[in-house]
Ligand binder design. Structure first.
Ligand SMILES: Nc1nc2c(ncn2[C@@H]2O[C@H](COP(=O)(O)OP(=O)(O)O)[C@@H](O)[C@H]2O)c(=O)[nH]1
Ligand SMILES: [Mg+2]
Length: 687
């Protein structure tokens, strides 16, 4: 058994913009706790957090790293996460493994787009939050930053300590009632945070109003309650480079942040006999073991390594556990505690703790490991990870590479929630999708370095879709006479557009409702499946430009057959061609994917951004001024026009802008674009 108990555990994730100092803070924490003898530097590539070769090369974190140490009477598990927008997928999934989310803000850079995104994700996911303002050695105007934070994230943001001595130290303002700091008198900050805390506890509030003070001990529980309710977001100050404020921050976490039983519990969703059910994960060590996998990596020595958080019971070597809803148990050979890239074998991983298992091929991202049955399809209710939008068509450079590529790609996908591989039928391409250009560049490097697979890449063809906008009728008579036996089938049908959410629309073929409206046996029953098969093929292959069709109702209302020559293949061909005939008359249109964009720039660039957006067929939806003379512009635009937006934004703003985009909806392409796409399409006729 470990030397610590569940109630001594403090799980936290360091999140925030790239370059704000998370990896350096982690290093300083390890040093302060005596877990390492000397702090490494991100620039030197010798930190515990950035240990992968590519991280050392790029000098920033690409994946979350996990460390543990004991400090101030607590056992810490700390996740260092990537802050670059392209790698936020694995930052979001780390949130479900911890009680406290610590958002690191660079004192000089202030509030960045990523700061806002992670603050929101943590809030939406009900995680208690703290803000750690780092690099106070390198900043002026910290008082403005505090008011910017309060303006942006609410008056619930309150300093719990303050820089003093010109940023050479920090001084507590929760227990300290007066004195001086770099930001002015401590008294008003003290009142600010205590007011915020006592508001969660009426009795304490009364005492406070009557006696003017409450003891630090009395504040502990209400402090945790305020964190849980999002009624308090404490702000700490630090300089990781100068080792200022780190121990103080750690002591605050040890003393005041929730242990696994005190945080906001997560919910497990599953079904029993088809009925949706939920279970609250309350960190009960007496319940049968239950854990979830939130990180999957490939370790060069131990192979597939899955990091899990235990919610109930405990997990140790020799345990038999079920994975998801597969009832055949898997035997756990060893469990580990991780320290960056190194792992030490542990005896048992107790409730609330974080550990790892190696070489369990059945596990993947989000898997639930459990000792007792928990119903079907158990799933943790987690914050949605950013949807991959940026795509590259890839192709193996040699014949053997194609098969190797398939295997390697599925391994990469198993590790990264924001990576998708799609084999696009419409275009015949294998498309790798991620959060941005840099994200995919790293994956290509891994393909080559780790799996020895070289691929060529090009921009993917836009994933258009086809649909119809009017009702129409179609007809085809298929007749062939080759020597003796002939082929004969004739089909009349109607098509009409439907809403994709119509009842009965078959999702597997993009919303098709097929109806047999014939009577009198004009098409014998046994041939109807062949007619439908022909139609489904067109749904996949498209009728006007080679892209999948969607949202159509088809009614076959008449036809003819021949007692000898009617065959399935004849009706399939007749159904297919009658359907193409009808679609072409039904005012067909091409749809293209649109995305929602959130562009953050210094306010002076609003005009330039807007005019560039309209050149890309984009529409500005609103502009909002932010603290610190920044603005957020919200827009929607076709994905096809945004292939090189990252570099365009960089050149407009000189690197001061950032953006996030997410799939929004499909929209009709303008007539000129549609005409061009259709012109480029050469249908193959194969019968
Ligand atoms: N001046 C100053 N620089 C710092 C401080 N903390 C980190 N840095 C530097 O900021 C850069 C980014 O740090 P890193 O830890 O990689 O940030 P991360 O991307 O948030 O993990 C590195 O060059 C660090 O040396 C600090 O407190 N003061
Ligand atoms: Mg980092």
């Amino acid at each position: 058994m470990p030397k610590y108990s569940s109630s001594e555990i403090r799980n936290m994730a360091l999140v925030g913009a790239g370059g704000s100092g998370k990896t350096t803070i982690l290093e300083e924490m390890l040093l302060a706790a005596g877990a390492i003898g000397r702090a490494g530097r991100v620039e030197d590539g010798n930190t515990i957090g950035d240990y992968e070769d590519l991280e050392k090369e790029f000098h920033h974190s690409l994946d979350s790293a996990l460390v543990h140490f004991d400090f101030g009477g607590a056992h810490f598990n700390v996740l260092d996460t990537p802050g670059v927008p392209d790698f936020l997928g694995r930052t979001f999934t780390a949130l479900s493994a911890v009680e406290t989310v610590v958002v690191v803000v660079d004192a000089a850079a202030g509030i960045e787009t990523v700061t806002r995104r992670v603050m929101k994700a943590a809030k939406d996911h009900g995680r208690p939050r703290m803000i750690l303002v780092n690099k106070i050695d390198n900043a002026s105007g910290l008082d403005t930053l505090v008011s910017d934070l309060q303006e942006t994230f609410g008056g619930v943001c309150r300093p719990i300590n303050l820089p003093t001595d010109g940023g050479k130290a920090v001084i507590d303002c929760l227990q300290t009632t007066d004195g001086a700091s770099d930001l002015g008198d401590i008294a008003s900050f003290h009142t600010g945070i205590v007011d915020q805390i006592v508001e969660t506890d009426e009795a304490l509030m009364e005492q406070y109003l009557e006696q003017g003070e409450v003891s630090p001990e009395q504040l502990k529980d209400p402090f945790k309650a305020a964190l849980r309710q999002g009624h308090l977001i404490p702000i700490c100050f630090a300089s990781a480079r100068e080792s200022v404020g780190i121990k103080e921050f750690m002591q605050i976490v040890a003393d005041l942040c929730p242990n696994p039983a005190e945080g906001n519990p997560l919910t497990l969703a599953f079904t029993t006999n088809g009925e949706p059910t939920t279970m609250t994960l309350d960190c009960d060590s007496a319940k049968p073991a239950l854990a979830h996998v939130f990180r999957v990596t490939s370790d060069p020595y131990v192979g597939k390594l899955c990091v899990f958080r235990v919610h109930h019971g405990e997990i140790g070597a020799g345990d038999q556990l079920q994975i998801d809803d597969v009832s055949r148990p898997v035997r756990i050979a060893h469990v580990f505690k991780l320290q960056g890239k190194s792992h030490t074998e542990a005896d048992r991983i107790i409730a609330g703790d974080i550990g790892a298992v190696a070489k369990v091929e059945e596990l993947s991202f989000g898997s639930i490991m459990h000792a007792a049955a928990v119903g079907d399809a158990p799933r943790l209710q987690c914050p949605p990870t950013p949807k991959p939008m940026f795509g590259l068509a890839i192709e193996g450079t040699s014949k053997g590479a194609e098969t190797k590529m398939g295997e390697a790609l599925s391994k990469l996908v198993a590790e990264d929630p924001s990576l998708e591989i799609e084999r696009v039928k419409a275009t015949g391409e294998t498309v790798m999708r991620g959060l941005g250009e840099q994200h995919l560049r790293i994956k290509l490097r891994l393909l080559k370095d780790r799996y020895g697979v070289e691929v060529s890449t090009r921009p993917p063809r836009v994933a258009y879709k086809e649909t119809i906008t009017a009702k129409a009728e179609g007809h085809h008579r298929h007749k062939k006479q080759t020597g003796g036996a002939g082929q004969f089938g004739e089909v009349y049908l109607r098509v009409e557009p439907i809403d994709s959410r119509s009842e009965g629309a078959d999702e597997a073929v993009n919303g098709l409702i097929f109806e047999d409206a014939t009577f009198g046996g004009s098409i014998p029953r046994q041939f109807m499946p062949a007619v439908e098969k022909g139609i489904r093929r067109v749904m996949h292959e498209g009728a006007i430009a080679g892209y999948p069709l969607q949202d159509i109702k088809v009614s076959v209302y008449d036809g003819k057959h021949h007692p000898v020559d009617s065959k399935e293949v004849a009706f399939m061909a007749a159904g297919r061609k009658a359907f193409v005939d009808a679609v072409q008359k039904a005012k067909p249109v091409l749809l293209e994917p649109f995305v929602d964009l959130e562009i953050t720039v210094p306010a002076s660039f609003i005009g330039d951004i807007s005019s560039d957006m309209s050149g890309r067929r984009g529409r500005i939806q609103g502009t909002e001024m932010l603290a610190g003379d920044q603005a957020v512009i919200r827009a929607e635009a076709p994905l096809s026009e945004l292939m090189s937006y990252a570099s365009q934004l960089k050149s407009i703003t000189g690197g001061a802008g950032s953006y996030a985009m997410e799939y929004s909806h499909d929209e009709r392409t303008p007539p000129n674009v549609q005409a061009e796409v259709i012109k480029a399409y050469k249908p193959k006729d194969d019968d």
